[in-house]
Write a protein that binds this ligand. Structure first.
Ligand SMILES: C[S@@+](CC[C@H](N)C(=O)[O-])C[C@H]1O[C@@H](n2cnc3c(N)ncnc32)[C@H](O)[C@@H]1O
Length: 270
């Protein structure tokens, strides 16, 4: 536990810095910092605006704990809905393959599989499905590998270095594709807060001029593959969602809102 005067001191520092979610972070720091020396070290890093998750080296997502470092995006709470939507899809249809494209820390595919392994959530089995996770960043793949190992899913998830789904054989397969690809338009990216821009990987955030660079490329790659059928669940930026939806206009699409009531997810069925 922590002492209250220490907590107030941390809160004051974070509040003065306008640190995001400062009350929750203050409590976590107070619990984590066992002694004065450790606390001083943390506060020095906090003052540089380094995200608490990177200082601590871990974060929570979908009730699980994930290792993170500056090689990966800190999983966002909005993305948890992508996982719950994927669980629903998986329960309703048989898929030969599930691919998490741009896996980062591995949070999406690990949370999905851990949930599917709970009999209270899914009473079927996942044996007939291949689970793949791809990323182009070796740093991200290293962290994903550690998280996969932590949750003992090494035999279940095939981790692949790939440009999106290039060279993955979808021939005659029924595929569920999950994608939270970089989607922030470059001009918007340049204006992000220092705690995001200076610490989180640009490769995980900058979606090119119109924010849709990666989804356009993913569309092309899906078109070139000889899938039997696919369901794609993607996350995008509300301000560009209509354009993202337009990329997939030849297919049936459904838009879902996030927890803040913003249009953020698209389900594409082909
Ligand atoms: C927005 S982050 C999402 C990370 C993780 N899936 C999550 O939801 O927290 C996008 C990820 O896509 C990866 N990425 C960027 N370009 C890629 C590409 N061409 N092929 C595969 N992955 C890519 C980045 O390295 C990053 O890990």
């Amino acid at each position: 536990m922590y002492n209250l005067s220490q907590l107030f001191r941390i809160q004051k520092t974070l509040r003065n810095l306008n640190y995001p979610d400062y009350q929750r972070v203050s409590k976590e720091i107070a619990i984590y910092a066992e002694d004065e020396k450790k606390l001083e070290k943390i506060l020095r890093q906090i003052k540089t605006r380094k995200p608490w998750e990177y200082i601590q080296g871990q974060t929570e997502f979908y009730t699980l704990s994930f290792k993170v470092n500056r090689g990966v995006l800190i999983p966002r709470i909005e993305t948890e809905q992508l996982v719950s939507t994927a669980i629903q899809e998986y329960k309703e249809k048989v898929f030969d393959m599930v691919i998490d494209v741009g896996t980062g820390s591995g949070c999406i595919i690990i949370s999905l599989l851990k949930s599917l392994q709970l009999p209270s959530i899914f009473s079927g089995n996942t044996k007939k499905t291949d689970f793949l996770a791809t990323d182009i960043s070796q740093k991200a793949l290293n962290i994903a590998k550690d998280n996969i190992k932590k949750y003992k899913l090494g035999k279940k998830i095939n981790l692949i270095k790939s440009n999106l789904i290039k060279n993955i054989d979808l021939n005659k397969k029924s595929v569920l594709v999950l994608a939270n690809l970089p989607y922030i338009p470059t001009e918007q990216y340049k204006k992000l807060n220092k705690d995001v821009k200076s610490f989180e990987p640009k490769l995980a955030l900058d979606g090119g001029k119109d924010g849709n660079k990666y989804y356009k490329e993913l569309f092309k790659q899906i078109e070139e593959s000889k899938y039997k059928n696919f369901t794609l669940i993607l996350e995008t930026e509300p301000s560009i969602l209509k354009n993202t939806q337009n990329i997939f206009k030849k297919y049936k699409t459904v838009v879902l809102k996030d927890t803040y009531k913003k249009d953020r997810f698209i389900i594409v069925r082909g």
